[in-house]
Ligand binder design. Structure first.
Ligand code: FAD
Length: 415
């Protein structure tokens, strides 16, 4: 016995839920879509606790202008507004060296260089909108435990159900360690950075004034992204601190006082004194790229397709641009009468996104390497590059677009 769906999205993390919303918005109602998520996706009335879901965890995400446009189209942006902190400037510096630069939204007549949202609130807004839209069936908690290609589609087995699911198009969005990708025999290219990111919210004596700090140190990059003040007006920033694995482990388990002291030494006093650190989490960092993203009846999406170094805040923004492009291609293909799993149509999606993916992945991979290099000549070049950002408007503008996670081909935030 099996259920039939035109499209199955396996994995309801940040990418899977966004995919469900976008496909629900652009595909005609006769195309049946189901989202299957291993963790429990709460029904609308229960969406109050911010910590219910593995993808929507304690991290924060810097959203680019491209993501804003996509979320506006999905009608999520308005609900998100309440939780967004605009990035008005980015301060890039290099510990122990001279070069530093300040990139300002105002200098480019932009409203903001990006927007920071806590993942928990992003999840809340996305899931609320999914319920409001009511177009995509949601099965959760339910794990897809097996995916087997069959004819032009795929047969899926769930842990929660005796019946199999048959689909013409499986969208694999089950994260960087994707079991489904592996089951389908899709291999990956992996570059281990031998570094972990320590993530925590920090309270400081001075306000961030909308400034995101990107500081390169000999241990790795350290970013402090502006967050909205907490209740009581506490000045808060979201820390992403890249460290060697053993140091990261120590920083996650040491006392808050030792942590804050070490951070203060690394970061300096631009935010005054570091007062408090929230829950600390550690993420191993690697560049993982799927060797194939499309096959007949299958597309690999999000972290399952490409997981990036978080230094430039690009991974999710890129994944959302993939989501928007796939939705565009599917909508026009389906309108022409093609089945959603049609290989030539899926290849069209891949070729349209290839150059964006290549550019974004190259940038995320090269920036930390450049700034960590011990070669004195490269160090000099890097200082000149930073100082040069103040001198060369074109270069600065290009860096701003990337640093804010804005796709190179995009326009301005404010017309
Ligand atoms: C420290 C850090 C900071 C970051 N900051 C930024 C940033 O500022 N800006 C940015 O653009 N990006 C950022 N990123 C990248 C961003 O977090 C990822 O792009 C994003 O989390 C990818 O989401 P995903 O849905 O593909 O995967 P995941 O978040 O891993 O979600 C996968 C989902 O699939 C479910 N699942 C797994 N297996 C199954 C199965 N078999 N059946 C059903 N469900 C399943 C899981 O429960 C989970 O919900 C950052 C990453 C890190 C590590």
């Amino acid at each position: 016995m099996s259920d039939n769906y035109d499209i199955v999205i396996a994995g309801g993390g940040m990418v899977g839920v966004s995919l469900a919303l976008q496909l629900g918005a652009v595909l005609p109602p006769q195309i049946s879509i189901v989202l299957i998520e291993g963790a429990s996706i709460p029904v609308d009335q229960q969406i109050s606790a911010p910590d219910y879901h593995p993808s929507f965890d304690a991290r924060s995400t810097a959203l680019s202008y491209s993501s804003r446009l996509i979320y506006e189209q999905m009608q999520v942006w308005e609900a998100l507004q309440e939780w967004l902190c605009a990035i008005e400037s980015i301060h890039v510096s290099n510990r122990g060296r001279f070069g530093s630069t300040l990139l300002k939204a105002g200098d480019h007549s932009w409203e903001a260089l990006g927007y920071v949202v806590e993942n928990a609130w992003l999840g809340r807004a996305l899931i609320h909108q999914l319920h409001e839209q009511g177009r995509v069936e949601v099965r959760s908690p339910a794990m897809v435990v097996r995916a087997t290609p069959a004819g032009a589609g795929v047969i899926l087995q769930l842990d929660s159900d005796q019946a199999n699911i048959k689909t013409g198009l499986l969208l694999v969005a089950d994260g960087v360690g994707s079991q489904l990708r592996e089951q389908l025999g899709v291999t990956v290219k992996k570059k281990n950075y031998q570094q972990h990111a320590v993530v925590a919210n920090i309270a400081s004596t001075e306000p961030h004034r909308g400034c995101a700090y990107e500081r390169f140190t000999d241990e790795g990059p350290l970013a402090l992204l502006p967050l909205l003040p907490a209740g009581g007006g506490e000045h808060r920033s979201a820390l992403v601190w890249t460290l060697a694995p053993e140091k990261a482990r120590h920083m996650c388990s040491c006392s808050p006082a030792e942590f804050l002291q070490a951070l203060q030494v690394r970061f300096g006093y631009r935010l005054g004194r570091m007062l408090k650190v929230g829950e600390r989490h550690e993420y191993p960092l690697a560049l993982v790229q799927s060797h194939e993203q499309v096959r007949q009846g299958v597309v690999v999406m999000g972290n399952a397709a490409h997981a990036l170094h978080p230094v430039a805040g690009q991974g999710f923004n890129l994944a959302l641009r993939d989501v928007a492009e796939l939705a565009r291609v599917l909508a026009s293909g389906v309108a022409e009468g093609l089945p959603p799993g049609d290989l030539a149509m899926l290849q069209r999606y891949q070729s349209r996104q290839q150059s964006d993916q290549d550019r974004t992945i190259r940038f995320s991979d090269q920036v930390p390497a450049l700034f960590m290099h011990r070669d004195p000549l490269l160090g000099l070049g890097r200082d000149l590059a930073l100082a040069g950002l103040d001198l060369t408007p074109a270069l600065k503008r290009e860096f701003v677009r990337y640093a804010a996670g804005v796709a190179p081909m995009e326009g301005r935030v404010n017309g």
